[in-house]
Design a protein around this ligand. Structure first.
Ligand SMILES: [Zn+2]
Length: 305
């Protein structure tokens, strides 16, 4: 497997990457192997988690009756996050907002008072702008406009990440949050892209193994047969990070979020070794760049080294 050449020797200071996430556990399911890959190569990696995940549910059947989870899920999730952070060897900050919850029902209920998704943008983005000005990342990783999936906190996390990318370098914006710092590249995460799932699915079918992705793929094909197009990816993959050696690290980080992840569930249905053979990358879309770079890339820091 190719390893991106990483030469930091000529730089005065380390390269820095900031990944903006909505809830504790999102950093483990989207980009964890990439972050472990860069952290192991001397890059300063920071995860910012917008909310405490207070309105999440217990998604691991083994912990459904866990007393601590019933009494104080948010407290337990802080411990889980600290464990995941240790696995990935990254820094971490809570931005301090209240989980909005995933509204369900028809009609959808109003979002709860005081939650992250209802904050005015300037208030929601201020702690992240402050963090960008303090940590001074070269790269910011965010979700796309749909939040990757349409959870209101994910959409809000996207908005604050884009706002911080655009505003943190402007001395007139967000006064009192530190000296201006202009990040150089903004990427959207593509962890759940159809190309990856299709490749994994086809390889499993070819090997005569049951594919856990069959349902997902069938839904896409059905949409096609009825003349609908697949939801077109709004942002194509521009950048593939060859971080397959860190899939086990990613899985340990995921399992650290014990209340959120079923160790017998979807994420672990295909082992890391098999995934590495078929799709040894994590995928990103370059959205904005203030440095020259040539696409496609195999390094988020292309153009900076
Ligand atoms: Zn989330």
């Amino acid at each position: 497997m190719p390893t991106a050449p990483l030469d930091n020797s000529s730089r005065q200071e380390p390269l820095r990457l900031l990944a903006v996430h909505a809830h504790p556990d999102d950093e483990a399911s989207k980009g964890a192997a990439m972050m472990a890959f860069y952290a192991a190569r001397g890059v300063d990696v920071m995860v910012a988690t917008c909310t405490g995940g207070e309105r999440g549910s217990v998604l691991n059947p083994a912990l459904e009756d866990n007393a601590a989870a019933k009494r104080d899920l948010a407290g337990l999730r802080r411990t889980e996050m600290a464990n995941a952070q240790r696995e990935l060897n990254v820094q971490h900050r809570w931005l301090g907002f209240m989980d909005s919850g995933l509204p369900e029902g028809d009609p959808l209920p109003d979002l709860p008072f005081g939650c992250f998704a209802l904050e005015p943008l300037e208030r929601a983005a201020a702690p992240l702008v402050k963090l960008v000005r303090e940590f001074r990342p070269h790269i910011i990783i965010s979700y796309d406009e749909n939040g990757g999936y349409p959870h209101p906190d994910h959409i809000m996390a996207h908005k604050v990440a884009v706002e911080a990318f655009n505003a943190a370098g402007d001395p007139k914006r967000y006064p009192g949050t530190g000296s201006p710092w202009e990040p150089l590249k903004l990427y959207y995460d593509r962890a759940f892209n159809p190309e990856r799932f299709t490749a994994l699915h086809n390889a499993l079918v070819e090997a005569g193994v049951d594919s856990p992705y069959a349902e997902r793929i069938a839904a896409w094909q059905e949409a096609d047969a009825e003349g609908h197009r697949l939801p077109a990816p709004t942002h194509p993959t521009t950048t593939q990070i060859p971080c397959g050696d860190y899939f086990e690290t990613r899985d340990r980080a995921l399992k650290s979020h014990r209340t959120q992840v079923d160790p017998n569930g979807f994420f672990f249905a295909v082992d890391a070794e098999t995934q590495r053979k078929i799709w040894p990358w994590e995928d990103y879309s370059l959205i904005m760049s203030r440095v020259d770079t040539k696409l496609p890339e195999t390094d988020l820091f292309a153009g900076l080294r």
